[in-house]
Design a binder for this molecule. Structure first.
Ligand SMILES: NC(=O)c1ccc[n+]([C@@H]2O[C@H](COP(=O)([O-])OP(=O)(O)OC[C@H]3O[C@@H](n4cnc5c(N)ncnc54)[C@H](OP(=O)(O)O)[C@@H]3O)[C@@H](O)[C@H]2O)c1
Length: 218
C-alpha cells in the first residue's frame, strides 16, 4: 500500500462535508484544493486553511488531487463528477461521501436510487477506471473527521471494487481517528449504506442532534 503522507487531496464539493474534510486533511499536513462552480464562496475556508489550502473549479480540484473526495449534493453528484472530468479522475481513488437524497417533495426526503442500484454504482459505471470507495456517508460531517465526538467504539463503513484503494482509504480514516472500519465488500454495498439514510434521519429527529453513530455488536 502506497503511503498517503504528503499526498495532494482534491475535494469536489464546497458544503459542510467538503470544507470539514478539507480542514482536517490540512491539519494532517496534506495540501488540499476544494472545487466549486463558484470558488469565491470558499474564500473564508481558504484564508483559515493557510498555505496548504487552495480552491478552484471541480476540474481543477480533481486534477490537483492524487486522492479525491466527492462531497456533492446527491442530485448534483453526477453533474459534478462529470464537470470534474474523466481525465482528471481516471486511475485515482475517489472517496464518495454523497447520499442520493431527493428533497424535491419536502421532508423527509426519498432516495433517487435504491434497492437494486446506488449513487455509488452510478458514478462507478460512468467512470469504470476510477477507483471508487464509498465511505463516511452514514454520519454527520463533524463526526467524519472526529469520531471521538461520540463516546466509545463505533463504526465507519467502506465498500468498493478495488482492494488496494480500500486499504488506502482505511489509512485516511485511521488518520481521522477511526478505529473500527468495516469493509462491506464491492461497490454494490453502497446500496446498503445509502439506504441507511431514512433510518439516520429518523434517529436525528428522535435525538434532535446529529452527533450519534452506528455500532455493530457481534
Ligand atoms: N452534511 C452532512 O453532515 C452529511 C453527512 C453525510 C453525508 N452527506 C452527503 O455529502 C454530500 C455533501 O453534503 P453537504 O452537506 O456538504 O453539501 P450539499 O449542500 O449537499 O452539496 C454541496 C455541493 O454540491 C454541489 N452541487 C449542488 N448541486 C449541483 C449540481 N446541480 N451540479 C453540480 N454540483 C452541484 C455544490 O456545488 P457548488 O460548490 O458549485 O455550489 C456544492 O459543492 C451530500 O451528498 C450529502 O448527502 C452529508
Amino acid at each position: 500500500v502506497k503511503g498517503i503522507i504528503g499526498m495532494n487531496f482534491g475535494i469536489i464539493g464546497s458544503g459542510a462535508v467538503g470544507q470539514t474534510i478539507g480542514t482536517k486533511l490540512i491539519e494532517l499536513g496534506h495540501p488540499v484544493k476544494i472545487g466549486s462552480r463558484d470558488p469565491a464562496k470558499l474564500q473564508e475556508w481558504q484564508n483559515k486553511g493557510g498555505s496548504g489550502a487552495s480552491t478552484g473549479s471541480f476540474a481543477e480540484a480533481a486534477e490537483f488531487g492524487e486522492i479525491i473526495f466527492n462531497c456533492t449534493l446527491g442530485t448534483g453528484a453526477i453533474e459534478a463528477v462529470t464537470l470534474a472530468g474523466e481525465a482528471n479522475l481516471n486511475g485515482k481513488i475517489l472517496v464518495d461521501t454523497s447520499n442520493p437524497l431527493d428533497f424535491s417533495k419536502g421532508f423527509p426526503p426519498s432516495l433517487t436510487v435504491c434497492n437494486t442500484d446506488s449513487l455509488g454504482e452510478q458514478i462507478q459505471r460512468i467512470f469504470p477506471n476510477v477507483r471508487l470507495v464509498k465511505a463516511l456517508n452514514t454520519m454527520t460531517a463533524n463526526l467524519m473527521v472526529d469520531p471521538a465526538l461520540v463516546p466509545g467504539d463505533h463504526d465507519a463503513f467502506i465498500c468498493g471494487n478495488d482492494a488496494t484503494a480500500k486499504e488506502t482509504v482505511k489509512q485516511i480514516l485511521e488518520q481521522f481517528g477511526w478505529k473500527s472500519i468495516i469493509d462491506l465488500g464491492d461497490i454494490s454495498a453502497a446500496r446498503t449504506t445509502e439506504m441507511l439514510m431514512p433510518f439516520w434521519l429518523r434517529l436525528y429527529g428522535a435525538f434532535q442532534s446529529p452527533i450519534f453513530n452506528y455500532k455493530i455488536v457481534r
